[in-house]
Design a binder for this molecule. Structure first.
Ligand code: BES
Ligand code: ZN
Length: 523
């Protein structure tokens, strides 16, 4: 008694969800690559469906790709690959094709349907976790992300069982526009998290946490985006604390709040609220640290007032009672009131939920994570501002987060640019920052180089902008360049060559910063 409609269609070059890469844009350089990016509203550009997170679907897919390529999807099982050892060829039909079958039995929102195709291999980490990557990247990625199973186990202790079967990651080519994307069973990630010392793996904790907040319990509309991202940042912090200790987690929390406060200066009031009215707007226009960090700070505030034990029980019950459902902010606030606030009205009165949801800025009761390891760096910043002498600094044993805090700290005094060319040269002489292999450190350093006119970093800046397509890194660098007429011209010259290598998500943002006319890039 089921009735079926068969829709036959093909995509066009304009399908924004699809990024087709030439071999030259991949790590191995030999085969082309394809990946999709659905969130927020791009799935409609490659699959005809009801593209709203309020509607959930299961799916089956058969994917035929030219040999020697492998296809992977955001599916709970990949029977063909499972059957013949992961990463091996399966029931190849015809001489020139590899054929893959996928199945997702849990109802998911459309933005979580994802496909990647490339010359990739699989490296297992545990019985349920592993890494897909191009051949020259695979071993390094495997070693860097070796703690993934420990993260899954820690997350399960906190929020209940992992319900999606496998948890794998795929390391995409560097033009992937995001840090990570929580496609079910298969997180998509940028290679820029591979620092060599596990210092940037909080991204894995983040995408993994989405397996609960986002994929299991999903924002019903994009106005409820903080239910996905704010919850996920909070859980990411809890996973980091469980696996790497409280010191590391608090450092990252303090850095995120500082970044949010910097970002808020450029945000209109309507974009500083957790529950925005997005009528008539593209959901991605609202993208900022607000749903992420302000959302997490709200949950941290509730934890602070009610205590971790009670809050953990409450959150666990939130997930257990809404599995595979799409929920609104009103649903959550009603559940919060009944499930937690009603038990202790005096405590609840200490949290102004209305202010958190609907007012711009950070409420007066906002938590302030304070890291002793970053307080040490504050003293070093003062020392450097005072003496301008890098040899006086005590940098032995600094971890990435401490370097980031230091570099942000010397960047500005008040709001005036603080560091000049000569100091940059001394710092570079002492610490070789222009050749840093850590993308987060390099990005801040290159921003300082532009700000201070430090030319020895120019070549590195150009090669970074040509290679990396992650919007989070491109945006501050192009913004810094665009501050002066000469810098804007330089930026436009670089962008002319780099733009065809960027994903639409990134080029959309940079087009605005450089006032780029789509027409001027053609021909
Ligand atoms: N789900 C987001 C990515 C996203 C958000 C894509 C909105 C499209 C629209 C993902 O989980 C994410 O937040 N990624 C962050 C990394 C994270 C550690 C904050 C990123 O890509 O920078
Ligand atoms: Zn996220």
């Amino acid at each position: 008694d089921d009735e079926y409609v068969r829709v036959k269609y093909s995509t066009t070059e304009g399908a924004l969800a699809l990024m087709w890469l030439d071999p030259a844009q991949t790590a191995d350089g030999k085969q082309p690559f394809l990946f999709t990016q659905g969130e927020s509203v791009f799935t409609r550009t490659w699959i005809p469906l009801q593209d709203t997170p309020g509607v959930r679907i299961t799916y089956d897919a058969t994917v035929r790709v030219p040999k020697p390529l492998t296809a992977v999807m955001s599916a709970e099982s990949n029977p063909a690959v499972d059957a013949s050892a992961r990463g091996q060829k399966n029931d190849a039909q015809g001489e020139n094709e590899n054929v893959f079958h996928f199945h997702m039995s849990h109802p998911i929102p459309s933005y979580l349907i994802a496909l990647a195709v490339g010359d990739i291999e699989f490296k297992p980490i545990s019985a349920r976790c592993g890494i897909w990557a191009e051949h020259t990247v695979a071993q390094g990625a495997h070693d860097e992300l070796i703690d993934t199973e420990r993260m899954v186990a820690s997350a399960e202790k906190l929020f209940g069982p992992y319900r999606w079967g496998r948890y794998d990651l795929i390391i995409l080519p560097p033009s992937f526009p995001f840090g990570g994307m929580e496609n079910p069973c298969l997180t998509f990630a940028t290679p820029t998290i591979l620092a060599g010392d596990k210092s940037l793996v909080s991204l894995v904790a983040h995408e993994l946490a989405h397996s609960w907040s986002g994929n299991l319990v999903t924002n019903a509309t994009w106005s409820d985006f903080w239910l996905n991202e704010g919850f996920t940042v909070y859980f990411e912090q809890r996973i980091m604390e469980a696996v790497y200790g409280r010191e590391r987690a608090v450092m990252e929390e303090q850095l995120s709040k500082a970044e949010l406060i910097r970002d808020m200066k450029d945000l209109e009031a309507r974009d500083q609220v957790l529950h925005p009215d997005l009528t008539g707007r593209h959901p991605d226009d609202y993208f900022s640290g607000i749903p992420y960090t302000k959302g997490a700070l709200f949950l941290m505030r509730i934890e602070e007032v009610f205590g971790r034990a009670r809050f953990d029980r409450f959150l666990r019950s939130w997930f257990d009672s809404h599995p595979f459902q799409s929920v609104t902010t009103a649903d959550f606030l009603a559940f919060l009131d009944k499930g937690l606030f009603a038990q202790d009205r005096a405590a609840a009165a200490k949290i102004d939920v209305h202010a958190w949801m609907d007012e711009p800025g950070l409420p007066p009761d906002c938590p302030s994570p304070t890291s002793p390891l970053l307080a040490e760096i504050d003293r070093e910043i003062a020392l450097f501002v005072d003496t301008k002498d890098p040899r006086r600094l005590h940098t032995e044993g600094w971890v990435t987060q401490q370097w980031l805090h230091f570099l942000e700290g010397i960047a500005l005094e008040g709001s005036a640019p603080q560091i000049d060319r000569e100091q940059m040269e001394r710092l570079d002489g002492a610490f070789h920052l222009t050749s840093s292999g850590n993308s987060e450190i390099l990005c801040v350093w290159l921003r300082l180089a532009v700000q201070s006119g430090y030319e020895p970093a120019d070549a590195t800046l150009v090669s970074f902008l040509m290679r990396v397509g992650r919007r989070k890194f491109l945006e501050p660098l192009y913004r810094e360049l665009a501050k002066t007429p000469a810098g804007l011209e330089r930026a436009r010259n670089i962008y002319k060559k780099a733009r065809p290598r960027y994903h639409a998500v990134s080029s959309g943002t940079i087009d605005e910063i450089l006032h780029w006319q789509a027409a001027s890039s053609k021909g």
